[in-house]
Design a protein around this ligand. Structure first.
Ligand code: SF4
Ligand code: SF4
Length: 726
């Protein structure tokens, strides 16, 4: 017994020293990051709710049923196994150890054994999932492609060994009469005891010593492995969830911050000349960003949903985060050296890692990680492939904020390095000089209303400078809605529907400028601020209160980002308003459409703003409509390819995102693909046309249109074409 105690104590001390040093190192490394804005750490109530729901409730993981349930079994199994850890360590000192007060209760023994069985079931499920869907079977399509699979297998093996040795020593303890649950409850341990019993008392005595030490030793080895591997998430996911951007890092982008404070672009000259606008090196990330890197479980859920990865582009949100993590770890000695003298003493490899550009071409074209990596950490093709669709953020079980990181790296590339896809420069110039990405100018903003058959009120036309009291909604037309032919049809349909429902509305006419969304998503925060401030000034001077927008990007910017610039409005998307008008009986769909319809969720309406039901409710209200969902819908909808300013960039890598999505829609053989954003409609129209061309025009004709146009057709008592055909 003395030898067992000595060996056990030595193991505990060794593991505590190794794991403790590592955790201290990781803490210091994370703290080399920049401060977060104060609101991140101020809301303890929200933090507690997030931890409750996501860590203890496992709600994010349960978005995927089978792996989610397996994780619930494993997580809760480990929680319930904490008393066995106490018992195991206690048994090092006293063979007859039990937890005081409750330690001999049969219910405790039952819970412990149930937990063992639960965890075993969980890890067997994980193993099966890895075997069936691993890269060997699915190649690049596997969500585990690029993950550290051998470590994952080692961890599964170690967990099963802990559990097996735990059951074995408990069974031996039962046979020796030193088991805390001699009165029953520990059903699995008793079953193992039955197997060991024929071996005799002496052998059971030896087995008890060996397996107590083995269970404790493997557990301590597991602890050490955890802090050196992706299983670090066992310790980092809780604070990562607690300090996440509430309620989720979607919707608005955060302003550029330096030392936790918003950068004031009006006084940009006052900034320190070394100040980073955006993120140009690993230590420009906040400590929460560093924590993100350490929290990644390499589960690949993000990768499996990413439209860039699914169309064979080099961007995988998982590999991006892993690349940043590996670089942070490799640059750690430099960051923590503390003095030039100590930095000079670093190895050549460590110095080379410190010199690596964060964004720059690298040899494999992905976010490059691993030993001996050369070139940039993040390849520019990775950075510019993102559509900012938010699927990664929505999927991530530990609340990693991929989109914020990508956009902050873009900001640095654009604002400091002037490096971005050259074709996007045209869009930026048009925004700057004409106020819209097409360069059409303010005079083009009212052309759509010419043949409506009724007058649309335009702010300022009657000499007034403010929105009159009788006007309920300011109709934000948006650049596409004013100048693109397909989008103009939506604008006309919405205006007609509002008119027919008796809703008093008004537009800004040439007083409207691009919201700045494409500039912001490209990384040109300066231009976004300029356009945004101009619009907020106009809207505030006009006394705008309620705004309706047809473009999902305008909707998101007006509702979520203009408050950052002092613009606070009640913003609705046209599908929300039209649905309300139908519900209130102010619009009554009567004309049967006799069409099979599917619906594409725009990312900035659905995932970013959680508007899923109103468009579907409108479609459900249209007589003669047969609705069918695409396999990827609502939260798991697949991007059209236009977001993140990708609309204005060439798509030369891999296959086309819009064709991928269009093929999914066409597979349902619909008559109509409905959407609720002009950019989605442009992309899906192009996608379906292109697929039709590839099929030599043999594909079934399909119409891609906005929901408002379908509603307009249906409220007419006689069959008619759309109210206006651009
Ligand atoms: S936002 Fe969309 S495109 Fe960008 S990394 Fe995430 S999933 Fe991929
Ligand atoms: S970033 Fe999140 S979703 Fe992606 S692999 Fe890591 S933990 Fe999984």
């Amino acid at each position: 017994m003395l030898a067992r105690t000595i060996i056990g104590v030595l193991l505990i001390v060794a593991a505590a020293v190794i794991a403790g040093r590592r955790l201290w190192y990781l803490y210091r490394l994370a703290m080399t990051g920049q401060p977060v804005s104060p609101d991140r750490t101020a809301n303890w109530g929200a933090a507690a709710r997030s931890v409750g729901a996501e860590v203890f409730g496992q709600v994010r993981l349960l978005q995927w049923t089978v792996p989610g349930v397996a994780h619930v079994l494993t997580f809760w199994g480990f929680v319930l196994l904490i008393p066995t850890v106490v018992e195991g360590f206690g048994a090092l000192f006293d063979q007859d150890f039990h937890i005081p007060l409750i330690g001999k209760q049969p219910w405790l023994g039952f819970i412990e054994d149930l937990a063992v069985v639960g965890v075993l079931l969980g890890i067997v499920t994980f193993a099966v999932i890895r075997l069936l869907t691993g890269p060997r079977r699915e190649g690049r399509r596997s969500r585990f492609f690029g993950s550290h699979l051998s470590t994952a297998w080692l961890v599964l093996f170690m967990i099963s060994m802990v559990l097996v040795s735990l059951l074995l020593y408990r069974g031996a303890q039962y046979n020796l009469g030193v088991f805390p649950f001699m009165d029953g409850g520990a059903f699995a341990s008793e079953w193992v005891a039955g197997l060991l019993e024929p071996l005799g008392e002496e052998t059971n005595e030896i087995l008890e010593h060996v397996f107590v030490l083995l269970a404790v030793g493997i557990l301590l080895g597991f602890l050490v492995l955890v802090v050196y591997s992706k299983h670090l998430h066992i310790f980092t996911s809780e604070p990562n969830v607690a300090f996440k951007r509430q309620p989720i890092a979607l919707g608005a982008l955060e302003p550029i911050r330096i030392a936790g404070k918003d950068v004031d672009f009006e006084n940009i000259d006052e900034l320190d000349e070394d100040a980073a606008l955006g993120i140009g090196k690993i230590e420009d990330f906040t400590w929460k960003g560093m924590l993100d890197f350490m929290a990644c479980t390499e589960c690949g859920r993000c990768q499996s949903q990413c439209p860039a990865w699914n169309t064979d582009k080099p961007l995988s949100p998982k590999l991006l985060i892993m690349g940043l993590r590996d670089h942070a770890f490799a640059k750690g000695p430099y960051l923590l050296a503390g003095s030039d003298e100590k930095r000079a003493a670093l190895t050549d490899e460590q110095k080379a890692e410190a010199e690596r550009p964060l964004v720059g071409a690298n040899e494999n074209g992905y976010a490059h990680h691993g030993d001996g990596a050369v070139g940039g950490v993040i390849d520019p093709d990775v950075l510019w492939s993102c559509t900012s669709c938010g699927a990664c953020v929505q999927q991530c079980p530990v609340d990693i904020e991929h989109v914020d990181h990508i956009m902050n790296m873009r900001r640095y590339q654009v604002l400091i390095e002037s490096e971005f896809p050259s074709e996007a420069g045209v869009m930026l110039r048009n925004l700057e000089h004409a106020g819209d990405p097409w360069g059409s100018g303010g005079s083009a903003r009212t052309g759509w209303m010419n043949d409506l058959g009724f007058d649309v009120r335009v702010l300022g036309d009657d000499g007034g400078t403010t929105v009159p009291d009788d006007v309920e909604y300011l109709f934000w037309v948006g650049c596409a809605g004013a100048v693109d032919d397909k989008a103009k049809r939506t604008t006309k349909a919405v205006a007609t529907l509002l008119h027919e429902a008796g809703v008093q509305f008004m537009v800004l006419g040439d007083g409207e400028t691009c919201t700045g969304d494409p500039a912001r998503r490209l990384g040109n925060e300066f231009l976004f601020q300029m356009l945004g401030q101009q619009n907020v000034e106009v809207l505030n001077e006009a006394g705008a209160r309620k705004i309706v927008a047809t473009c999902a990007h305008c909707f998101n910017t007006l509702a979520n980002e203009y408050p950052q610039l002092g613009g606070h409005y009640e913003v609705v998307h046209h599908t929300q308003l039209l649905n309300q008008l139908v519900t209130d009986g102010r619009l009554t769909p009567v004309q049967p459409l006799d069409s099979k319809v599917t619906y594409h969720d725009p990312c900035y309406l659905g995932r970013h703003n959680r508007v899923f039901s109103p468009p579907r409710e409108i479609l459900a209200s249209l007589p003669g409509t047969r609705f069918e969902e695409m396999p990827r819908n609502a939260e798991r909808s697949f991007c059209c390819g236009a977001g993140g300013a990708r609309m204005w960039m060439e798509e030369n890598l891999g296959t086309r995102v819009n064709e991928n999505r269009s093929a999914e829609a066409l597979a349902l053989e619909p008559d109509v693909v409905a959407a609720a954003c002009p950019f989605c409609i442009i992309m899906l129209s192009d996608g379906t046309t292109s697929l039709n061309d590839q099929r030599d025009g043999q594909a079934r004709p399909v119409e891609v249109t906005d929901i408002s146009e379908l509603l307009l057709r249906s409220i007419r008592t006689t069959p008619s074409a759309p109210a206006a055909s651009g």
